[in-house]
Design a protein around this ligand. Structure first.
Ligand SMILES: Nc1nc2c(ncn2[C@@H]2O[C@H](COP(=O)(O)OP(=O)(O)OP(=O)(O)O)[C@@H](O)[C@H]2O)c(=O)[nH]1
Ligand SMILES: [Mg+2]
Length: 431
């Protein structure tokens, strides 16, 4: 991918350069405010806008220009080069008539299909009420036709990304595209920018930095956090890490144990719950030996409760569990037997930021058979976009406790903060 970075006074200036250098298919990847170095220690420098853009793929035979918004959506969804117009043009002319024409064009294509669908549905209804004339074969055919029509409608709808792109002022449209590029779901991104537009004066909407901060504030209000284990019972913190296989539970247990000891000087004990009857606890046993904390393996709830009671003079008890596939109902049931009790144990669901949104949703739904108090996102270092973290936090309304950013113990652990999460999505700090 051909990436280019520009320092400009405003977004219009950036779009001019992007179009000139990268062509009409360019896509804006990120934006941030930077201070130009000037004078001693770079003080008194002018604040500039830094825009990073990527060149899109060129289509060999250019056709009629359609809509830039559609182009942006296609680029976001993996690059479908059926349109020729520019993202930049849309930003320059957000009221572009083309936006209307593609919507109208699509609507007019879909109208007859929708009518036909309605007709088929009515016929199906009639047939099923007339039991004598009920003809299985005909109903089967109609159902098949209905399925095909639905499929066609789906394709048409996905070609335009959305039937009515938000009609937004330039800065909001730019940030809307940026959030979608980062993986934030279209409906969430749309709701955010629409809400922001309603709550800002037209003058404020023209100030890019203001709009970005405004959106950041809105996002910060949506995200819930636990401040690591600080929100837990201060007299004794008991945390169990649950989740699918290989997401980094054991590594994160070790990191949290170190954090509790080093940062808070707390007395820590480690437990491994071995439901899977695998001898995977050895890794943690070795670590416990290294940091000189007690470590035990338990097999069931009674043993776990007994052990926790014996650790009553410990400040933090961190419990590791075996990986459990969200599709393994038997194992999930065994886990639930141990962790469903509301009370002393804080259940942390561990999810990898590299997982697909749909997989993460399935995991959270399945593990929802036991109380999930907060979520840890691991492997942020292996992920290129962070919209899915927000999709998840918005959808399930679970607080986030930690983020992990690498394999190193103890350093690659961060307490999840709203500022950090919003920065990951909107690149406020520009790091
Ligand atoms: N890049 C990266 N790798 C990580 C991170 N956290 C853990 N890992 C790696 O992911 C792999 C699996 O980590 P484990 O801690 O064993 O995962 P687990 O969830 O305990 O696995 P099971 O117990 O088998 O379910 C190891 O290679 C870890 O080093 C992270 O934040 N970033
Ligand atoms: Mg493990």
């Amino acid at each position: 991918m051909n990436l280019k970075r520009y320092r400009v006074n405003n977004i219009k200036e950036a779009l001019k350069f992007i179009k000139r250098d990268l062509g009409p298919d360019a896509l804006i990847v990120s934006t941030r405010q930077v201070k130009e170095a000037k004078g001693a220690f770079g003080m008194f420098g002018k604040t500039m806008l830094e825009v990073t853009a990527a060149a899109g793929e060129k289509k060999k035979n250019s056709g009629e220009p359609t809509t830039a918004t559609t182009k942006a959506l296609e680029a976001y969804s993996g690059g479908n080069d059926t349109t020729e117009s520019t993202l930049a043009e849309t930003f320059l002319r957000p009221q572009n008539k083309n936006v209307l024409s593609i919507t109208d064009e699509t609507r007019s294509m879909m109208l007859p299909i929708q009518k036909e669908l309605q007709g088929i549905r009515l016929n199906l209804g009639d047939l099923s009420t007339q039991s004598n004339a009920f003809d299985n074969h005909l109903v089967g055919e109609l159902k098949h036709e209905l399925g095909e029509m639905r499929h066609l409608l789906h394709i048409l709808a996905s070609r335009t990304g959305s039937l009515n792109e938000p009609d937004l002022p330039e800065n909001l449209l730019l940030l809307y595209q940026q959030m979608k590029f980062s993986g934030l779901e279209e409906k969430f991104a749309r709701r955010l920018v629409m809400e922001a537009q309603r709550n800002m004066t037209e003058e404020d909407q023209e100030n890019f930095a203001y709009v970005k901060i405004f959106l950041a504030r809105m996002l910060m209000k949506i995200i819930k956090i636990t401040r690591g284990l600080e929100g837990l019972n201060p007299s004794q913190r008991i945390a169990a890490l649950l989740g699918p296989t290989g997401v980094g539970k054991t590594t994160t247990v070790a990191k949290i144990a170190s954090e509790q000891m080093r940062k808070y000087k707390r007395k820590v004990a480690l437990i491994s719950v071995d439901t899977n009857h695998r001898t995977s606890a050895e890794q943690l046993r070795a670590f416990a030996k290294l940091i000189k904390v007690p470590f035990s393996v338990v097999k069931d709830k009674a043993e776990l409760n007994r052990l926790i009671s014996s650790y009553e003079d410990y400040d933090s008890i961190i419990i590791d569990t075996d990986g459990c596939s969200q599709r393994n109902d038997k194992l999930l049931f065994e886990m639930r037997e141990i962790f469903d009790e509301r009370g002393r144990i804080h259940n942390l669901l561990v999810l990898s930021a590299t997982s697909k949104d749909s997989d993460m949703n399935e995991v959270t739904r399945k593990f929802g058979c036991m109380p999930i108090d907060s979520i840890i996102f691991t492997k942020l270092d292996e992920s290129a976009s962070y919209g899915s973290l927000f999709n998840h936090a918005i959808r399930f309304k679970k607080p986030l406790s930690y983020l992990t950013l690498g394999q190193k113990v103890p350093e690659d652990l961060e307490v999840a903060s709203r500022e950090r999460l919003v920065d990951l999505l909107l690149n406020i700090s520009g790091t």
